[in-house]
Each structure stands twice: as C-alpha cells, then as structure tokens.
Design a protein around this ligand. Structure first.
Ligand code: PEP
Ligand code: MG
Length: 556
C-alpha cells in the first residue's frame, strides 16, 4: 500500500525507481595484536594506504571539477593529516594492526570533531568516509559507496559523502534521498549542481527495503513508497508539465507583467561557469572565492593565481554583473593559515569578514587581484563581504575596497540578524545588500546549518526569516539601492516568487535551478507575488507560509 514520507526537497525533478542503499557498512577490523618486529612493515602499509586513498580522492576531484573538487581535496587533506598518521603509528608501535590503528585513531578524532562546533561537526560524514576508504583498502575489501548496478535506481543513504555525490552517474542514479543532512549541506548543494532530484532529512529513509519502488519529488520533498499507478501517472504528468514550462522559458528573469528580477548564478570557480552560461544566468550573484583558497592549507593563493581564476569567471559574462564575495573563512570553512582551530564556538567566532579584518594583507591581495582581473573587461564587477554585523564592519570593508583602488561597487551580505535590522545604517557605507539566507537562518533560529536534527529551523519559508528579508529589502528600497538573495532560498521557485513580492531585486542560485525559477516567476504578476508574500508573513510556521503563498498564487 502506498505511503508518503516527507523530507526536504533540495533539488528539483521527479523520479520513480527502485531503492538501492549506499554501502555504508562500518568495517570494524578485529582488535588483534601484532608482534613488535612487524610494526615497521605495518606502519609502512598504513602510510601507503593513506597515500593511495588521498590520490584516489584527488583523482575523483579532478574528474568532478568545480565545488566538488574542492570538497574532495579537503578530504584528501584530512586523510593525510600528520597528527592522525602519527597517532596511527603510535598505536601500531604498541601492537595494533594498521587497519585497527586507523579505526581507533579516527574514532578519537571523530569524537573531537563531533563536539567541536558547527563546521567540524558537519564534517563528521566526510571524516567517516575517509576512514571507511582507508580501512577498506587495508582489509582488501570493496570501497564503500554507490552500489554497483546496471539499472537506474533511487539511491538511499543516511548521509552522502562528497566523494560519492561527486561521482554519481545521473544516467544511473535517478534521484537521491538521505536521512540526514539539511537544505544547505554539501550533499544538497552538489545535487543541485548535478541536476539530480534530491530529498534530504527524510525520517526512516534508511529503513526503506532494498528493491522497493519509490517516487521522489525533489521540489516538494515528498517520497511516495510503492506508489500506485494513479500516483505514478500524476507525478509523470507534473514532471512533463514542469519540463515543458522550463523548455518554453528563456531570457531574463521577470514576472508575467514584466517586473524584472535578474536571475544570477552561484559559482565556486571557473569550472562552474559553463553550466551557469548554459542555464541562461544573467551574471553571477555569488562567486564563493574560498574554494580557491582550499587548494593549499598553508598559505593564500598568490595574486597572479587569483587574477587568473577571477578573470576566467569575469570574462564569461560580458556586460553582465558578477558579484564576488571576498574570502569567507572560518566556522564551516576553516583555513589552517587563517582561522583558529580552538574556538569554543566557531560559528560565533572569528569568521567571514572578521577573519579578513584580522588579516588585512589577505583582503588587500584579494581586492587588488580582483581589480587587475576586471581591467579591460566589459563586466560589472561588484564585491561583497560575508558576515557583516553592523555599520562599522560595512565601513571597514568599503574602506578596504577604496584603499585597494578597486573600481567596483562594494556590498554587504546580510547573514546576521543585526545586519537586517539595521540595514539602512549599513547602506550608508555600501552600495548593495545580498541576503545569505543559509547563514541568516542559522543565526536567526540558533540552528546549526550542518545539523540535520535541527533542519526544521533551517527552513527559509519560516515567517521570521521572511520578516528579516522584508526589512532588508525595504531598507534598500528606501535608500534607492539593491537587495538580492544569494542563499539557497532563491532556488525554490515558489519561494523565489515570495522573495520577489517582498521586494528583493535579484535572485542568485545554483545554475540547475535557474530554469525552474525563471519558468515559475514568469507565471505570476508582481502584485500576485506581493500578495503571496503578505500571506506567507501573516502565518506562524514554514508549512503554513508555503501553503498560504501557494493558495494565493494558484488563485484558491
Ligand atoms: C549564505 O549563508 O546564505 C551564503 C550564501 O553563504 P554560504 O552558503 O557560502 O555560507
Ligand atoms: Mg554564508
């Protein structure tokens, strides 16, 4: 009999297929003792395994490119962590096998990470994946990961490691569903980048029987278990209608009565540019430059290297707008040479702009590299700072831009509730605002964006978050300046209409979402979007807000 499960839809599309579970078995090697004279050979085996796994992760990264590459390279660095290897060698010296040594050393490391604040706790899935790869290699058993199948399937996992999502074959993996993870987790961001329908935070996902048929709607977050023929044909019809609307939509983003809302792309570097151009992005609304900095954990990339990467992105959008976010290091994006590893609560510590103000030379080099990269290109370069809390932050960033001789509009991201509440004062210092709804939700609801257990509070439909969006957009309108959204909220087509109704002036999202948002926005007038926005703000919960907006837009 058909049952319906509800998670969070994080990547659009409908897929129907058989369930296959991800091979996540934790391989626990036996705790046997080895004689002392075997320790050197065992230590050499341990080092070889680390090198092989790191090389494999890097090779997977090269294949995947873009944001996935940076994530996989970060995992390779985890595997090669000298402290971890030293710990394993110590364990081997007192009689452990290499595989058991890794198993135990990772357990200690894991416990440390799990209790060490937002970013590190969020990386536990990445760490487990690295451990499983090393242990599997040492035991000579198949690597955990995507199941082998010649037939397309719906992939179910507790959580997906970046190494696996990066290599999912869209021809075989019809959709993926995870029990953990939130809308802003790596898995969600990568799924959207790949254009595979995905639902995360689905309770009971890992109990779905292998081989059972499910229908996944990545737009609504619904997963129908053993869908009947009627459900299947209704879903197929919805999918066909959506596809037709998408195919018919092209050009710039606008409501049906011509109110323009530029649709921009979120990119992590030059590798993401072609997908953005193909999706018809009118520019870039968020260039996450930190991916450039992840290549080397010991120092910032040289000015020349930065100029080269920035120029490739800027050159792809002649006459377009490209908003570059300066380095957002700290918390969920730590950098060894810049950020402290022992903050009690990194999400509330020195991160984003705060890190850059502590390291003005890094900011200066980046701004100078941007100025050089834009020279002679017909692009509208804009730069923005992450994690601006108040007018003092905004002024410090605007001053740094001026001092670097940058001829570009300077802006502030609104990711902290104080910035939304005092947006008008921030706009005395900078030219535009961009709402980072991922972090804005995290800080508004005190809900770690990496923790699936609090994903209810990561829902950008929450009326409290909509209130802060409205306050920011109203402030920008009053100051005659722009206020875009570049967080994941912009990639939800219905929410994009609501954001437009709240007065947001541009929407930036993963390239794969642009056609969906464009097609939906083109169906409604600005007045309808405004009514939907008011209705969504008039209720108390995200679900009510979604229903209220839907009811207004469908004329119920
Ligand atoms: C955000 O916080 O919404 C945002 C766009 O920045 P990031 O996801 O990179 O933190
Ligand atoms: Mg952010």
């Amino acid at each position: 009999m058909e049952t319906t499960l509800r998670g969070i839809g994080v990547s659009h599309g409908v897929a129907i297929g058989e369930v296959r579970h991800m091979g996540t078995a934790v391989l626990e090697p036996p705790a046997k003792q080895i004689p002392a004279d075997e320790a050197p050979r065992e230590q050499a085996r341990a080092r070889q395994a680390v090198e092989a796994v790191a090389a494999d992760l890097i090779a997977r990264g090269n294949l995947a490119g873009g944001e996935a590459q940076a994530v996989l390279e970060a995992q390779a660095l985890m595997a090669q962590d000298p402290e971890l290897i030293a710990d394993v060698e110590r364990r081997i010296a007192v009689g452990s096998t290499a595989e058991r040594g890794f198993y135990d050393a990772f357990a200690a490391y894991r416990a440390l990470l799990a209790g060490a604040g937002e970013y590190l706790a969020g990386r536990v899935a990445d760490l487990d994946d690295v451990r499983n790869r090393i242990v599997a290699r040492l035991l000579g058993v198949p690597m955990p990961g995507v199941p082998d199948s010649d037939e397309p399937f719906v992939l179910i996992a507790r959580d997906l490691a970046p190494a696996d999502t990066a290599l999912l074959d869209p021809a075989l993996v019809l959709a993926f569903v995870t029990e953990k993870g939130g809308p802003t987790s790596h898995s969600a961001i990568l799924a959207r980048a790949m254009g595979v329908p995905a639902v995360v935070a689905l309770p009971g996902a890992s109990e779905l029987a292998e081989g059972i048929v499910v229908a996944v709607d990545g737009s609504t977050g619904e997963v129908f278990v053993e869908p009947g023929p009627e459900r299947q044909s209704a879903l197929k019809e919805i999918a066909t209608e959506r596809k037709a609307a998408i195919a018919a939509s092209s050009g710039s983003g606008a409501t049906s009565d011509g109110h323009k809302v530029p649709l921009l792309a979120n990119v992590g570097g030059p590798a993401d540019v072609s997908a953005a151009v193909a999706a018809g992005a009118e520019g870039v609304g968020l260039f996450r430059t930190e991916f450039l900095f992840l290549d080397d954990s010991k120092s910032a990339p040289s000015e020349e290297k930065q100029v080269e990467a920035y120029r490739k992105v800027l050159a792809a959008f002649p006459e377009g707008r490209v908003v570059v976010r300066v380095l957002d290091a700290g918390a969920d994006k730590p950098l060894e040479f810049l950020t402290s590893a022992d903050e009690p609560n990194p999400a509330l510590g020195v991160r984003g702009l705060r890190t850059l103000l502590d390291h003005p030379e890094v900011l200066r080099t980046q701004l100078q590299a941007l100025a050089k990269a834009a020279t002679g290109l017909p692009v509208y370069l804009e730069v923005m700072a992450p994690m601006v809390a108040d007018r003092i932050d905004a002024r410090a960033f605007a001053d740094a831009c001026c001092e670097a001789g940058l001829q570009a509009k300077a802006g502030a991201m609104v990711e902290i509730p104080s910035a939304a509440l005092r947006a008008r004062s921030i706009l005395q210092e900078v030219e535009f605002l961009s709402l980072g709804t991922n972090d804005l939700a995290q800080y508004t609801f005190a809900a770690d964006r990496q923790v699936g257990a609090v994903s209810r509070l990561q829902d950008p439909w929450h009326p409290a978050l909509l209130d802060l969006v409205a306050v920011s957009a109203e402030a920008a309108r009053a100051e005659g300046k722009s206020c875009g959204v570049c967080g994941e909220a912009a990639s939800d087509p219905l929410l994009a209409c609501v954001l437009t109704g709240l007065g947001v002036t541009s929407l930036s999202m993963s390239a794969a979402s642009i056609p969906y948002v464009r097609a939906t926005l083109a169906k409604y007038t600005l007045a309808q979007c405004e009514r939907a926005a008011s209705a969504a703000r008039a209720v108390d919960t995200p679900d009510e807000a979604r229903c209220a907006a839907q009811a207004v837009l469908s004329g119920e």
